[in-house]
Design a protein around this ligand. Structure first.
Ligand SMILES: Nc1ncnc2c1ncn2[C@@H]1O[C@H](COP(=O)(O)OP(=O)(O)OP(=O)(O)O)[C@@H](O)[C@H]1O
Length: 295
């Protein structure tokens, strides 16, 4: 899809395929086009060119959309004078969803006790929970959340994380945007990164972390000199951190272990030191075009 506002390209020739059974984390700097992409998928805005399909169908053609796609874009977009329960009941009625489902989702998100409060008086965290409840109402196969942990306390953050994982484990397609790299590292299986509306990266989380130049293998051995020479000979980059400690880049932990074993070099420690997603993300979005699109 492409979305142009005047001469500003908010989404620039973006192609994505979101898979069931997966939490796809959607990352990008402010103004990158994440919310716009979600709005385009939900038919809240029209792409300038291209299409978004949900299960092969444009959102606007889905008969009971809440039963197919649940979304939380803006937790405060609820009538402030209505109770959480009344809000959910209205949504259920207009989408042919049985009334008992309202109590179920209130229970699921842990706000049954606050269901009578007017939406306008809820804390941001409780509003987020109400928004998640609304997204779940139709028991949809596809769930989209724009910054769902925004405003949540640590307990709430942990709850959302576990919840996203369990939705994906049930085979649902979960698409979630966030600014919190550390959070995505714990939540997502797959990452999509955009910058200035363009796709920068579309890859499994594990590949992103492994591909970062900051990912290294740490080795402790009484024969650090011999091992360093051996690994350099095999084309790897080796830093000697201490008398008996090396940091190796350019190979996975298995390769380093195998090379040492074959040369009969005793190891006292061998472990992968993963780059944090934060670091990998910074490498990716540092603005250089040479990162381009990679899969
Ligand atoms: N209705 C609109 N009219 C004009 N410009 C818009 C409109 N909606 C979004 N934009 C612009 O499109 C770009 C992408 O905005 P969008 O909200 O999708 O980014 P985002 O990645 O969600 O950002 P954030 O992380 O800050 O929420 C921004 O430059 C924004 O100003």
């Amino acid at each position: 899809m492409t979305k142009r506002y005047g001469d500003h390209l908010a989404v620039d020739d973006l192609t994505l395929d979101l898979k069931p059974g997966t939490v796809t984390g959607f990352l990008g700097p402010n103004g990158a086009g994440k919310s716009t992409t979600m709005r385009l998928i939900l038919g809240l805005d029209h792409p300038t060119s291209g299409t978004a399909l949900v299960g092969g169908v444009p959102y606007r053609r889905i008969a009971n959309p809440l039963r197919t796609v649940g979304a939380l874009l803006d937790a405060r977009a609820v009538h402030p004078g209505r109770s959480g329960r009344a809000h959910l009941a209205a949504l259920a009625r207009s989408n042919g969803i049985p009334r008992r489902r309202v109590e179920e989702v209130l229970e699921t998100v842990g706000m049954a006790g606050a269901a009578r409060k007017r939406a306008g008086t809820l804390s941001l965290g409780m509003s987020q929970r109400l928004g998640i409840a609304a997204a779940l109402l139709g028991d949809p196969e596809v769930l989209m959340f724009d910054e769902p942990v925004n405003g949540l306390d640590p307990d709430g953050v942990r709850w959302v994380r576990g919840f996203m994982r369990s939705l994906a484990a049930e085979g649902r397609t979960v698409f979630v945007s966030s600014h919190l790299m550390s959070e995505m590292q714990l939540t997502a299986d797959h990452l999509v990164v955009i910058g200035k509306g363009r796709l920068i990266l579309d890859a499994p989380l594990a590949d992103v972390l492994a591909g970062s130049s900051l990912t290294a293998v740490l080795v402790r051995t009484p024969h650090a000199g011999d091992l360093a020479a051996l690994l350099r000979g095999a084309g790897l980059t080796v830093d000697r951190l201490a008398e008996n400690e090396l940091e190796v880049t350019g190979a996975a932990v298995e390769r380093v272990g195998d090379l040492a074993y074959e040369a009969g070099i005793r190891l006292h420690e061998l472990r992968a030191k993963e780059a944090s997603l934060e670091q990998a993300y910074q490498e990716l979005t540092s603005g250089s075009v040479e990162y381009g699109v990679s899969r």
